[in-house]
Design a protein around this ligand. Structure first.
Ligand code: ZN
Length: 479
């Protein structure tokens, strides 16, 4: 073999890169041995590393770089000669070629590479993800490190931890996850939807080479589709991003204003009623009580759909001395949910409002408004919210028509903002983290993972509510 190899090198130089007189089977095996799986992930946008074009792109299976074409004047061809890298996969068709010779290789040993490039899932495999046993069955990467598909790190290329947590949140909502994993988008669907589905498949891939994924390809498209509003170079607000992404995916899935017109609406959309009155200041109110709804007064009532319920945190106490500063204010979930009990009122610009839900979705997204703009500086409310992980009943906030599904929910996703010190969000020492539930039921079949970009750790249930929660997804408990 060694003699052959050196002969071949000599020939290559003489023949300008075209090896001749080889037994093709042996040459093929020789080349396949040069493939470096550890250099492959196919996470980056599929553009030629030289021409930056995105048509007819091949991935070099030796170094992982992308090149356009495979003809004599192509960049892949030139790479095969200059770098002595000979095996290339077409990123669209998954066909593997040896260059510069230009022949097609079809070998069962390449199947794992095609699967990392474009994972696919059977309905049975997807159903198994909801099975409690999934939590107990780790997969193994190339270096034999165990990982739990779905609960893996997302690379933070620049400053997009706020988008990483939303990606994780959405691909862990079972109907969204299943829809994306079973999709086979070809052609007319939006690039955003295709790339989001591709990313979901990678995150749930049980046969990854490395147990981490880069969201680069998806986020490049987010940047384009949002006209630069959400860029991977710039940290931003995960809630704003979540709102944008949900609405875009809804439209791209063919959703309309109608109920249940996409998997996004059928999972997250609820309905609430808002009643409004003008504030009437009573002359005899010496107690300066909070204004109340006037029973006989003129009331406007409007219903509107929602994807999130926003919750206000009480302002933290002012004028803290050095001892008080160490006391972190705490509130209960029930006290902040009072906003939706149909009785509590909110005063805004001379109007008094009260809210009640008319329909709760299967997956209830709660947004805790922790950041307030104050003199153009964003300040963070450090109040900790106490919430149970399981069995929260939201019936009190619902004007339930007969036949409304059960109103008991378990926590599924929790997004927290972590800062070492200070109240502003722009300092470097802040990070967005997501807590994800694996399995359920509260016993051994339930685990919680904390993911901050590439750092994935199992976390004790008791630790979860100690974070400064900003967004939660609660899943309805099926009776
Ligand atoms: Zn290469």
């Amino acid at each position: 073999m060694e003699v052959n190899e050196s002969e071949e090198e000599g020939e290559e130089e003489e023949e300008n890169g075209v090896s001749i007189g080889q037994d093709p089977t042996r040459a093929k095996d020789l080349y396949l041995d040069t493939i470096k799986r550890s250099a492959l992930d196919f996470d980056f946008e599929k553009v030629c590393s030289v021409s930056l074009m995105n048509i007819n792109i091949y991935g070099c299976l030796v170094c992982g770089k992308y090149f356009q074409g495979r003809g004599r004047k192509s960049y892949a061809y030139a790479h095969s000669i200059h770098e002595d890298h000979h095996v290339f996969i077409n990123l669209e068709t998954k066909a593997v070629y040896v260059l510069p010779d230009g022949y097609l290789v079809s070998d069962p040993s390449l199947e794992d590479i095609a699967f990392v490039l474009a994972p696919s899932f059977s309905p049975q495999a997807v159903a198994n993800l909801s099975n409690p046993a999934h939590v107990l069955k780790p997969s193994y990467d190339l270096t034999n490190n165990p990982y739990l598909p779905g609960f893996i790190g997302l690379n933070n290329i620049k400053r997009h931890d706020h988008m990483n947590v939303i990606i994780h949140a959405l691909v862990h909502v079972p109907p969204i996850r299943d829809h994306l994993l079973l999709s086979n988008f070809k052609g007319k669907e939006s690039e955003l939807l295709k790339r989001f589905a591709g990313l979901a498949k990678k995150l749930w891939n049980p046969r990854l080479f490395k147990s981490q994924v880069s969201p680069h390809e998806f986020l490049q498209e987010v940047g384009r589709a949002s006209a630069g509003k959400f860029r991977l170079e710039q940290q931003g607000d995960p809630i704003e991003f979540a709102g944008w992404l949900l609405n875009h995916l809804h439209k791209d899935m063919g959703g309309t204003k109608k109920r249940n017109s996409s998997i996004i609406f059928s999972s997250f959309q609820g309905e609430l009623r808002m009643e409004t009155q003008k504030v009437v200041v009573k002359a005899d109110d010496s107690l300066k009580r909070r204004p109340q709804f006037d029973i006989g007064g003129e009331t406007k009532s409007a219903t509107s759909p929602f994807l999130f319920l926003s919750l206000d945190l009480p302002p933290p106490p002012l004028f803290q001395d050095s001892v008080e500063k160490n006391i972190i204010p705490q509130v209960s979930l029930a006290s902040v949910m009072d906003k939706y009990d149909g009785k509590s009122t909110q005063e805004h610009l001379g109007l008094l409002r009260r809210y009640k839900c008319l329909r709760l979705p299967k997956y209830l997204i709660l947004h805790y408004k922790r950041f307030t703009k104050n003199n153009f500086v964003e300040e963070k409310n450090p109040t900790i919210v106490n919430y149970p992980l399981r069995g929260v009943d939201f019936r009190e906030y619902l004007e339930a028509p007969a036949g409304h599904p059960p109103t008991i929910y378990d926590l599924l996703v929790n997004i927290v903002h972590d800062s070492v010190a200070g109240t502003t969000r722009d300092i470097q020492s802040t990070a967005w983290k997501v807590h994800l539930r694996a399995g359920g039921g509260g016993g051994d079949a339930e685990k919680w993972f904390q993911i901050q970009d590439l750092i994935v750790e199992e976390i004790r249930k008791e630790m979860i509510f100690l974070g400064e929660t900003v967004l939660q997804v609660n899943s309805r408990l099926c009776a």
